[in-house]
Write a protein that binds this ligand. Structure first.
Ligand code: FES
Ligand code: FES
Length: 210
């Protein structure tokens, strides 16, 4: 996906996004599911505690404890933005296609728009706000700045969160690894600069950078 430039790259990815959204919407309408997470609570399911009250969901976000006893099907993304007020994580498609909502859930990169609250009980969540340690940026953030990757910037927090985990899995990534495994969409078409930044971040990682 990185071999295209300028207008054609943007046009191609917009077409790709529209087609994937339409296809996903079709299957969701047909099956009532989004990437394995039921959109509706299964028949007969209940999430009540022993006293018959609404189940309390406790979770940690960036090391801070939160409790939630609302709709268990509400996406984690809503909680992060509206309850925890951490707005660095973005809403793009809402159906796990674009990656703008990527966060780390128990150490894995996930698309938080399709993770229901019921699945995050006792979980540890990390968002883009937690990558910086004190005054020190994460090495992926440094690579992004050095390569001047962002254009409008909307997708970039999700891109960075996904790349942090991608580089744990692929510490010496080839261009093919990046094409095959870094699937977040950028509407501005910043793919070429992103690819350079991923290689630079891999170098920083080998040097032991935060
Ligand atoms: S908002 Fe697009 S994948 Fe979650
Ligand atoms: S969507 Fe604008 S920089 Fe990615």
């Amino acid at each position: 996906m990185f071999q295209y430039n300028g207008y054609w790259a943007t046009a191609l990815f917009e077409t790709h996004l529209i087609l994937t959204v339409i296809t996903s919407a079709f299957w969701e309408a047909l099956l009532g599911t989004a990437h394995g997470h039921p959109l509706k609570k299964p028949e007969g399911a209940h999430y009540q505690n022993q006293k018959g009250g609404v189940r309390m969901i406790n979770l940690s976000i960036n090391g801070k404890s939160y409790s939630y006893n609302g709709d268990e099907d509400m996406p984690l993304l809503w909680f992060i933005r509206e309850n925890a007020k951490l707005t660095g994580t973005k809403y793009g498609c809402g159906i796990a296609q674009c990656g703008a909502c990527t966060v780390h859930l128990n150490g894995e990169a996930v698309r938080s728009c399709v993770v229901p609250m019921v699945d995050v009980a006792d979980a540890n969540v990390e968002t883009i706000e937690n990558l910086i340690k004190g005054e020190t940026l994460h090495f992926v953030q440094r690579a992004w700045i050095e390569q001047d990757v962002p254009q409008c910037g909307y997708c970039q927090s999700g891109q960075i969160m996904a790349v942090v985990k991608f580089l744990e899995q692929f510490p010496n990534p080839t261009d093919k690894d990046i094409d095959n495994h870094h699937t977040n969409i950028c509407r501005c078409g910043s793919y070429i600069e992103m690819r350079k930044a991923i290689h630079l971040a891999a170098t920083f990682q080998k040097e032991g950078g935060q």
